[in-house]
Write a protein that binds this ligand. Structure first.
Ligand SMILES: C[S@@+](CC[C@H](N)C(=O)[O-])C[C@H]1O[C@@H](n2cnc3c(N)ncnc32)[C@H](O)[C@@H]1O
Length: 264
């Protein structure tokens, strides 16, 4: 792929992620790269780098090559069993921190994936009681490794993982992309069950909204991430059992989250 094996020559190539891949292979930061442009890669480093370049060019997300992704104030291990945490999801952390400021909170993160939501909140609030579920045992194994404080992890299909348990706050970033959405092709390296939810993308959200009242304490809250075009439909679903419905945009000004309180 590359004749020369100097950092300099790699940096000159047109591939946009080359500096990140060099840092990954050499285990050095960007300042080191700038100050060591004449460094000659060993044969082993060169082979590793060329393999990673090929994978990245074929569309494998950088996070799956590095095995980690930053989210809120922490770094999370990710594998192809977990969705790569998105910056849009950080809004759920801000909303939950604001909602339960200076209060005890018993919260549940449904569909935890790498554990990013549950773990960020538990790390910020060591006194909160935090539980997290996922259908995928493999995702849960990653989440357990990412945990920085005590979290109760449960495997199962949505609320079946926590029978008879109730919470002050239930949070979920469930799969919400329609199964025929063209965007899914761009996300083909991530687990499809983390992304897609039936014909309209609302299948998982419908289940969660229907069952959440049985698992919320009096005046408890449900906080959901959703697709940019799903807000109206979700408000309609919430109206029967929930009140004080608030909606939130992400940093891209797209409808992204909804908070609702259980009616008394
Ligand atoms: C959109 S991902 C969110 C992952 C992580 N919470 C985040 O914000 O990056 C949805 C998660 O829900 C899980 N999931 C899908 N169907 C489920 C089900 N029926 N019961 C429990 N979890 C499910 C997936 O395995 C995936 O980890």
């Amino acid at each position: 792929m590359q004749e020369s094996s100097r950092v300099d020559d790699y940096l000159k190539c047109q591939f946009s992620d080359i500096a990140l891949l060099l840092q990954l292979v050499l285990q050095k930061n960007s300042v080191w790269l700038i100050n060591n442009k004449q460094y000659q890669l060993s044969k082993q480093e060169k082979n590793l780098l060329n393999g990673l370049i090929e994978k990245r060019k074929s569309g494998v997300p950088f996070a799956y090559l590095s095995g980690k992704q930053g989210f809120y104030h922490l770094n999370f291990k990710v594998t192809t069993d977990t969705l790569i945490p998105r910056p849009e999801t950080e809004i759920l952390i801000d909303i939950a921190l604001d909602l339960c400021k200076n209060k005890p909170c018993n919260l549940l993160d449904l569909g935890t994936g790498s554990g990013n939501i549950a773990i960020s909140l538990a790390d910020k609030n060591p006194d909160w009681q935090v539980s997290a579920t996922d259908f995928s045992e493999n995702a849960l194994a990653v989440a357990r490794q990412n945990a920085t404080s005590k979290i109760n992890f449960y495997q199962g299909d949505w609320f079946a993982a926590v029978p008879n348990q109730t919470f002050d706050l239930i949070i979920s970033n469930p799969p919400y992309i329609a199964e025929n959405d063209a965007h899914l092709a761009d996300l083909k390296h991530e687990p499809i069950e983390a992304l897609s939810a039936g014909k309209d993308g609302l299948e998982a959200i419908k289940i969660i909204i229907k069952q959440a009242p049985l698992h919320l304490n009096k005046q408890g809250f449900l906080l959901l991430e959703h697709g940019y075009d799903q807000r109206k439909a979700i408000i309609e679903m919430l109206k029967a059992k929930f009140t004080s419905i608030k909606t939130f945009n992400d940093y891209n000004h797209q409808n992204r989250a909804i908070l609702a309180q259980l009616k008394t």
